[in-house]
Ligand binder design. Structure first.
Ligand code: MRU
Length: 365
C-alpha cells in the first residue's frame, strides 16, 4: 500500500541485502518510522513488543528472523534455538508456528552451507504467499460488499471491523480490510465503523491510520458502541480478522470480537471473518483449546499518546493499585459466524465448509 504516495510493504529485506526492515507500529499513528532488524533476537523482540503484530505479519517476521539466525550460524542447533525463542513470543496467532514449521521443513533437507540463502528465499516466498492470499481474500470479500451495495439504495455500505486486520497486520493488503480497499477502489461507497480496540487501540491507531491513508471513509467508535449501532440499523455487515481458526470454524481473534458477534447475531447482521489459509489450525477442533495470550496489566491501566507539544507520554488511567487483567484474544463460536472469507472463496464456518475448500488438509492432524 502507499504511504504519502510511496509503495510500502510491512516487512522487507533492506537495501544492504540481508538485514530486515519493518514499520515500527508502536510509533503509529503519530510517526511513520522504519526499523532495521539484524539478528533473530531483534525479530523476537519486535514481535513481543508489537512493533510488528497481526497474525500473518508475525509469521512473516518469524520467517525472516530464522533467515537472520541461519546467516549467523547455519547449524541445526542454532535453528532449534531460534525457533524456540520465536515460538515463545506470542502464543495465540497460529501463523507463527505455521511459518516456523514451513522454514524447518525446507531447511531440514538443505545442507548447512546453503541454509542462509535457502532461508532468505523461503522467507520471501512466505511473504509473497501472504500478499497473494490477502489479495484473493479481497476479491472474494468484494462480492459480499457488492451484494450489500445492491441492497443499500445508493447509500454507503456500512461495515464494522474490530482491531487491525489491514495491511499493517499482514505483508500487504490485509485480510478483513482487503475487501474494503477493493470495494473503495471499485467505486462502491463504503463507510467503516472502526472499533477503537482497547487496550492497545489497534483500531483507533492503526486501522484508522491506514484507512485514512487510502482515503476510505471511516469513523472510530468506542468498543462498546457496536451493539447500539447494530440495533439502529447502522451496520450492514461486520468483517474481522482471525489469529487462529479451528478445523471446525471457531474463530479466535482480538478480545472483544465475541461480543460483536453476539450483537450481530441478535440483530441479524451478517458476521464474516477473513481467514488466510495460514491462520487455520487443523490440529485444534475446539476454540476453547486455543491458548489465549495474557499481556502485561499495564496495557490496561496506562495509555500512551502524544501531547499537544508533540511529546509521547504514558499516563495512568486506572485507580492506582487496583489489579488489572489483560486477556488479548477471545473465541467466537462457529455458530455465530455467517461465513469465512478465505483465499479460496467464502464458506460456512463448519468443518465441511473448510474441508471442501482445503481438501489437501484432510490428512492434517
Ligand atoms: O494483538 P494483535 O494486534 O497482533 O492482534 C491482531 C488481531 O487480532 C487481528 O485481528 C488478527 O491478527 C488478524 S490480522 C490479519
Amino acid at each position: 500500500m502507499n504511504v504519502n504516495g510511496v509503495p510500502y510493504r510491512t516487512i522487507r529485506v533492506a537495501d544492504d541485502g540481508w538485514s530486515v526492515e519493518i514499520i515500527d507500529q508502536t510509533a503509529l499513528p503519530h510517526e511513520f518510522r522504519l526499523v532495521r532488524l539484524t539478528a533473530v533476537d531483534d525479530t523476537a523482540k519486535a514481535i513481543q513488543t508489537m512493533q510488528v503484530r497481526g497474525a500473518p505479519l508475525i509469521g512473516a517476521t518469524a520467517a525472516y528472523g530464522l533467515a537472520l539466525a541461519m546467516r549467523a550460524d547455519p547449524s541445526e542447533r542454532a535453528f532449534d534455538r531460534a525457533a524456540e525463542r520465536l515460538l515463545a513470543t506470542r502464543p495465540t496467532a497460529i501463523n507463527l508456528r505455521w511459518a516456523v514449521e514451513r522454514m524447518r521443513a525446507v531447511l531440514r533437507r538443505t545442507p548447512a552451507t546453503d541454509r542462509p540463502e535457502t532461508a532468505y528465499r523461503e522467507a520471501a516466498l512466505i511473504a509473497e504467499d501472504d500478499v497473494a492470499t490477502c489479495r484473493r481474500i479481497g476479491e472474494h470479500g468484494l462480492a459480499l460488499i457488492r451484494d450489500a451495495a445492491s441492497r443499500a439504495n445508493g447509500k454507503p455500505v456500512q461495515v464494522l471491523t474490530h482491531c487491525n486486520a489491514g495491511w499493517l497486520a499482514t505483508v500487504d493488503y490485509g485480510t478483513a480490510l482487503s475487501p474494503l480497499y477493493q470495494a473503495h477502489d471499485a467505486g462502491i461507497p463504503i463507510q467503516v465503523w472502526v472499533d477503537e480496540t482497547r487496550p492497545r487501540n489497534q483500531g483507533s491507531a492503526l486501522t484508522a491510520w491506514e484507512l485514512a491513508a487510502h482515503g476510505v471513509p471511516h469513523t472510530i467508535v468506542a468498543d462498546s458502541a457496536g451493539g447500539h449501532l447494530m440495533q439502529r440499523g447502522a451496520v450492514d455487515l461486520c468483517i474481522t480478522g482471525t489469529d487462529r481458526t479451528t478445523a471446525t470454524g471457531d474463530v479466535c481473534n482480538k478480545i472483544g470480537t465475541y461480543l460483536k458477534a453476539l450483537a450481530a447475531f441478535d440483530n441479524g447482521v451478517p458476521f464474516y471473518v477473513a481467514v488466510p489459509h495460514s491462520s487455520i489450525d487443523w490440529s485444534v477442533r475446539e476454540g476453547g483449546d486455543i491458548p489465549i495470550e495474557e499481556r502485561d496489566a499495564s496495557e490496561v491501566t496506562h495509555m500512551t499518546g502524544r501531547t499537544a507539544e508533540g511529546a509521547m507520554v504514558s499516563v495512568e488511567i486506572a485507580a492506582p493499585g487496583s489489579p488489572a487483567a489483560n486477556f488479548a484474544f477471545d473465541v467466537t463460536p462457529a455458530r455465530l459466524v455467517t461465513g469465512l472469507i478465505t483465499d479460496r472463496g467464502v464458506c460456512p464456518a463448519t468443518e465441511a465448509g473448510l474441508r471442501l475448500l482445503y481438501p489437501e488438509a484432510a490428512g492434517a492432524a
